[in-house]
Design a protein around this ligand. Structure first.
Ligand code: ADP
Ligand code: MG
Length: 250
């Protein structure tokens, strides 16, 4: 099996609330999967299990070459193994979480300098290149407070890419933006997808999911209710639950 992401029998509870119920998910290299579902259905928890911001209770997670089995042993890996696992994915959140006291360039260079121990002479051109890629080359010396939400989110994407992840995870990356700023962030995501980045995108932008994602996965109450080609799931869902959820967006 040469999937880029492999999730098997993944379960997670918070107290006595089971949030993920034996979730299975395969994502092929270069595939873009949109994860949709009602609020509280477990989308963020599933995404966070892929980079171990949340520790699963059971099941198996593999991202790239990094694999962890939570079924047989609940022991967490050591710090080095954990860091390696996490470095496989880059994550973009609804809140941008930029360092306010660092410039845009400083934000993008921070990971390469401190985590990857990259030399400044190497990290700076990398960061500048990524800022150009997200259309913000001219903002390198600005502080985040001077940027619009859409610009901040594009910096956050550049910052995640600076760690050179194999997989990008987006958790409602446009939900906190004013409507007129959503497009510029979706454009960057669309470009990444076109370049062949493997991506899992939690989104309420159904039209974007239909256009950009290869597959749409519908999660409800911690269960994958439907998983299929994006246009099929969105235009003609097989499951009544998917149809009911999508009807809120028309
Ligand atoms: P979604 O992203 O689909 O809205 P989440 O994965 O954020 O859903 O949350 C799923 C359920 O798990 C919700 O009921 C939420 O309240 C609960 N939950 C999420 N994170 C925690 C946590 N750290 N502690 C307790 N409950 C949590
Ligand atoms: Mg969420």
């Amino acid at each position: 099996m040469n999937a880029k992401i492999e999730v098997a029998a993944l379960s997670k509870s918070f107290g006595d609330h089971q949030v993920l119920r034996s979730v299975d998910l395969l994502v092929a290299p270069g595939e873009v999967v949109a994860l949709i579902g009602p609020s509280g259905s477990g989308k963020s928890t599933l995404l966070r299990c892929l980079n171990l911001l949340v520790t699963p209770d059971g099941g198996r997670v593999r991202v790239g070459a990094q694999s962890l089995d939570f079924g047989t042993s609940r022991a967490l890996p050591g710090t080095a193994a954990l860091a390696k696992f996490r470095a496989t994915t880059g994550m973009v959140f609804q809140q941008f979480n930029l360092f306010p006291h660092k410039t845009v360039l400083g934000n993008v260079m921070e990971g390469p300098l401190t985590v990857r121990r990259m030399a400044r002479a190497e990290a700076e051109p990398l960061a500048r290149g990524l800022l150009a890629k997200v259309g913000l080359a001219d903002k390198a010396d600005q502080y985040p407070s001077r940027l619009s939400g859409g610009q901040k989110q594009r910096v956050a994407i550049a910052r995640a890419l600076a760690m050179q992840p194999e997989i990008m995870l987006f958790d409602e990356a446009t939900s906190a933006l004013d409507p007129e700023l959503v497009g510029e962030v979706l454009n960057v995501m669309r470009e990444l997808a076109a370049e062949g980045m493997t991506m899992v995108i939690v989104t309420h932008e159904i039209a974007f999911a239909r256009e950009v994602a290869d597959r749409v996965v519908f999660l409800r109450d911690g269960v994958i209710m439907e998983d299929g080609p994006a246009r099929q799931v969105i235009d003609s869902p097989r499951e009544e639950a998917t149809r009911a959820f999508l009807s809120h967006f028309h």
